[in-house]
Design a protein around this ligand. Structure first.
Ligand SMILES: Nc1nc2c(c(=O)[nH]1)N[C@H]1C(S)=C(S)[C@@H](COP(=O)(O)OP(=O)(O)OC[C@H]3O[C@@H](n4cnc5c(=O)[nH]c(N)nc54)[C@H](O)[C@@H]3O)O[C@H]1N2
Ligand SMILES: Nc1nc2c(c(=O)[nH]1)N[C@H]1C(S)=C(S)[C@@H](COP(=O)(O)OP(=O)(O)OC[C@H]3O[C@@H](n4cnc5c(=O)[nH]c(N)nc54)[C@H](O)[C@@H]3O)O[C@H]1N2
Ligand code: SF4
Ligand SMILES: [Mo]
Length: 764
């Protein structure tokens, strides 16, 4: 018997699921009519026409539910016609699909058989409908009652030698209410082992921004983008991952602003945008979005920035009033040291490293020199490198020298991924110890949280692998496929005594499990949790605004439990009713949870009243120009090193990116329309000159290998595609390439895996 057989490398797609790969030229624009058509195709296929159309009208509306896809904010006054994009519609269709699988399906199909299917096929099976258990030694999941499931987990938790042998992971789709309760339970149980998806995502932003500006979040509001003079979009692909951001960039352009994109790839949405909400967008040629594209080499943003800063400093010295000296004197420290350090670099060397032409650097300098209203937006292209924290600090330097912080139309804009990843952190999903937060728990809720720092994602993988953690529970997500080093992570999870997944859809983390495994099915955002009452939850978007979200659809199955409800029941079972917190009461009354959040989480006040409609902003010290918590009470201008790659002659830098048809590990389809790739995901994008050097032809099949600390990892069967990408740089999709990312290589200080700069070889 082979249980949990694990053959990802050969079997990530079903053998006959798709027809031949098709390649076209990349698109020069995003959205437009094709975007609407694609959204509707997915929605109608998954939900049927009526259900799709009647549900979409509630998405991102004041009284409706928050889009379950990305964390891009809704405008203060949402338009009634439709405040969503193609990928928001796809996310809804994926969640609100009418397909589902229950116990019968699992009775007919063993875990081994299911594990041979592709990620696409697993997700396409539909919504999970009832609690299931995979007992030790069994090859089939079978039904279990909720009560028995909670008892099983509670017993296993009681059997541990220490609370730190349990890990409580969170993905960013959970509501504030669920996340708060989950964190509270972990603390009441006795551990800070609260890793979350942001450890793999914007953790580097959090660390860099906390160090320099005193808050781990961005400073701009949506409306600031409309009036900015320059917006830099660095390491981000908004056309696919935050599509409605393009409308904000379009507004900025209409108001006379300029957009600079810094990215190894010229992503479709950044070239040209056909706004599906305007007639011009539907019928015409669309709006040119980017004024200047800087095709930087992978992870060479620091040299590029240093060169730009050097040139700005020279202009400033020559009396051109480039830097805001009053701002620098009053609010910052470190400017002189940075300027002196910049002098130690040679322009030509910086230029060579960046891979960008001198003409385009000069254009960037011209665009920035006498502007003050500057916003920098970024995402994974900056965070997932060894020097992710330093890269972001270098971008912050530019804003601080320009005085473009804490003022209207300027500031930092780390664009968050999951729809509530920021809220989850705000309400206490963190592995580190926040003393003030813990003191408030002690004062208001009556117990003392543990004081030892817990594990983050990397720490969790290692703890399980080394046998130091024995129970893994996940509130959403797909830890196995999202984390780095898939084989290592698989071994880690298989060493656990118990793995528990609170999920909406089937994924590989349900199939590569601990000795015993549980699937606990839950509601999606769009579902009305309890048909008889007026329950709602709250979420926080990328710009720190809290709003309510209330589902409208009849739930997929009557056997689901809401996340808060099931956490409360688990806690009640574990404590057997003997704990200072009245867990039972919390599961059915979310306003009671919100009262606790208001007391314990910083800035949440009277959530009950103020979370109506589009909501309210949490406090943000940068918006108040208050840097009192930082050394000397000043924002910190920092000196950051150049990256060190030490590539061998035959090595390339690989970035692992998202296609247009996926949400992280959820594969909606096999196309990446904007990049002109259809029916295939095992693609490696390569510069044609690099291909010639390796005697490679279009669609030749290669393996990719990475060697770190003398261990070689391999990802098999990738088709090579000639593409406009800098020489020496490669791109391929995640999660298929996660097998190449070594578990023990991550960003300094944030421990974010190096998913965007992996040293690889191409093997024919
Ligand atoms: N439809 C859809 N929406 C999503 C997601 C999804 O999977 N699908 N995921 C959500 C989540 S969790 C997140 S975190 C976000 C992710 O949003 P993004 O960060 O936009 O996602 P990636 O595909 O990882 O794209 C990273 C971009 O960075 C560029 N890049 C890579 N390396 C470098 C570098 O060294 N320097 C620079 N300047 N650029 C670089 C790549 O070319 C690519 O354009 O999207 C969220 N929204
Ligand atoms: N190589 C590489 N690896 C990466 C990245 C990369 O760019 N490159 N990006 C990283 C990033 S930015 C992130 S955020 C992580 C993502 O890591 P995760 O958040 O762990 O992964 P997701 O794919 O978003 O999780 C999808 C699963 O969540 C469950 N789900 C969906 N909606 C709900 C819900 O409402 N409630 C519950 N309980 N479950 C739900 C479904 O079962 C679905 O299968 O991956 C990281 N991994
Ligand atoms: S931009 Fe993001 S949050 Fe807005 S509708 Fe699109 S996917 Fe949803
Ligand atoms: Mo993310």
């Amino acid at each position: 018997m082979i249980k949990n057989d694990y053959k990802r490398n050969v079997c990530v797609r079903g053998p006959d699921a798709f027809s031949e790969v098709k390649i076209t030229d990349p698109k020069s624009y995003a959205a437009g009519r094709e975007g609407i058509a694609a959204a509707m195709k997915h929605s109608f296929k998954e939900m049927g026409v009526v259900r799709a159309m009647t549900t979409l009208v509630h998405m991102n509306q004041k009284e409706g539910f928050d889009c379950p896809s990305c964390a891009w904010p809704d405008p203060e006054k949402p338009s009634k016609i439709g405040e969503y994009c193609e990928n928001g519609a796809k996310a809804l269709a994926d969640e609100a699909t009418t397909s589902h699988i229950g116990a019968k399906y699992f009775e007919e199909h063993s875990v081994e058989e299911l594990s041979l299917r592709s990620d696409y096929e697993l997700n396409a099976l539909g919504r999970l409908t009832e609690p299931l258990v995979l007992k030790e030694g069994s090859i089939h999941y079978m039904p279990i009652s909720w009560e028995d499931a909670f008892t099983l987990i509670a017993d296993e938790l009681h059997n541990l030698n220490s609370p730190d042998e349990a890990i409580f992971y969170t993905s960013g789709r959970s509501s504030n209410e669920a996340a708060f309760l989950y964190g509270l339970f972990a603390r009441a149980f006795g551990t800070n082992n609260l890793p979350d998806c942001s450890n793999m995502c914007h953790e580097s932003s959090g660390v860099a921004l906390s160090e320099t500006l005193g808050i781990g979040k961005g400073s701009v509001k949506l409306e600031d983008l409309y009036g900015a003079e320059v917006i830099i979009v660095a390491g981000q692909n908004p056309g696919t991952n935050h599509p409605r951001m393009l409308s904000a960039l379009e507004k900025c352009k209409e108001n006379g602003g300029s957009i600079i994109s810094i990215n190894p790839l010229e992503e479709a949405g950044l070239v040209n945008f056909k706004n599906p909400q305007s007639l011009k967008g539907l019928m015409g040629s669309g709006e040119k979005i980017t004024d200047l594209h800087l095709a930087v080499n992978i992870n060479q943003d620091i040299p590029l920035l240093k060169l730009i800063l050097k040139k700005l400093a020279a202009l400033d010295k020559a009396g051109c009033n480039v830097f805001d000296h009053d701002f620098i004197d009053k609010y910052t420290s470190g400017a002189e040291a940075l300027l002196a350090d910049l002098d130690t670099y040679i322009d030509e060397e910086l230029l060579e490293l960046s891979g960008v032409s001198i003409e385009s650097v000069d254009t960037a300098v011209r665009l920035l020199a006498n502007k003050q209203k500057i916003i920098i937006c970024w995402a994974m292209g900056l965070t997932q490198h060894k020097n992710g924290v330093e890269t972001i600090r270098e971008y912050v330097n530019l804003l601080l020298l320009k005085g473009a912080i804490g003022k209207p139309f300027s500031g930092t804009c780390p664009v968050r991924g999951h729809s509530n990843v920021q809220g989850d952190r705000s309400v206490g999903i963190m592995h580190y110890v926040d003393k003030a937060f813990n003191e408030r728990i002690e004062t208001h809720l009556g117990f003392k949280p543990p004081e030892i720092e817990g594990v983050d994602v990397v720490g969790a993988m290692q703890a399980m692998h080394e046998g130091n953690a024995k129970i893994f529970m996940a509130l959403g997500g797909n830890f196995l496929m999202a984390a780095s080093d898939t084989d290592y992570t698989a071994e880690a999870m298989q060493k656990c005594r118990l793995t528990v997944q609170v999920s909406t859809k089937l994924n590989r983390s349900h199939l590569v499990t601990g000795k015993t495994a549980l699937i606990l099915p839950t509601y999606g955002r769009s579902e009305k949790e309890n048909m008889s009452d007026d329950r709602f939850v709250t979420v926080e978007n990328s710009m720190g605004r809290v709003r309510r979200s209330k589902g409208v659809l009849k739930p997929t199955s009557e056997h689901l439990k809401s996340e808060p409800e099931l956490i409360a029941s688990l806690a009640d079972t574990y404590f057997k009713g003997k704990h200072v917190v009245d867990w039972k009461a919390l599961g059915s009354d979310y306003s009671k949870i919100r009262e606790m959040i208001d007391k314990v989480a910083k800035g949440f006040k009277n959530t009950e009243l103020r979370a109506k409609g589009v909501g309210y902003y949490l406090p943000n010290n940068v918006r108040e120009l208050d840097f009192s918590k930082l050394p000397g009470g000043k924002a910190q201008i920092t000196i950051n090193r150049l990256p060190e790659h030490n590539l061998e002659a035959d090595e390339y830098m690989l970035m692992t990116i998202r296609s247009h048809d996926q949400f992280n590990t959820t594969i909606y389809g096999m196309d990446d329309r904007y990049r002109g790739v259809y029916n295939e995901r095992r693609i490696v994008f390569m510069n044609p000159e690099d291909m010639a050097k390796n005697s490679l032809e279009k669609l030749d099949v290669v393996n990719l290998s990475s060697t770190y600390d003398s261990t070689t990892r391999t990802a098999y069967n990738f088709k090579v595609l000639p593409y406009k990408i800098p020489k020496g740089s490669l791109a391929a999709y995640f999660p298929e390439t996660n097998v190449l990312v070594p578990y023990n290589h991550f960003a300094d200080r944030s421990q974010t895996p190096i998913s965007k700069s992996i040293r690889v070889r191409i093997l024919k």
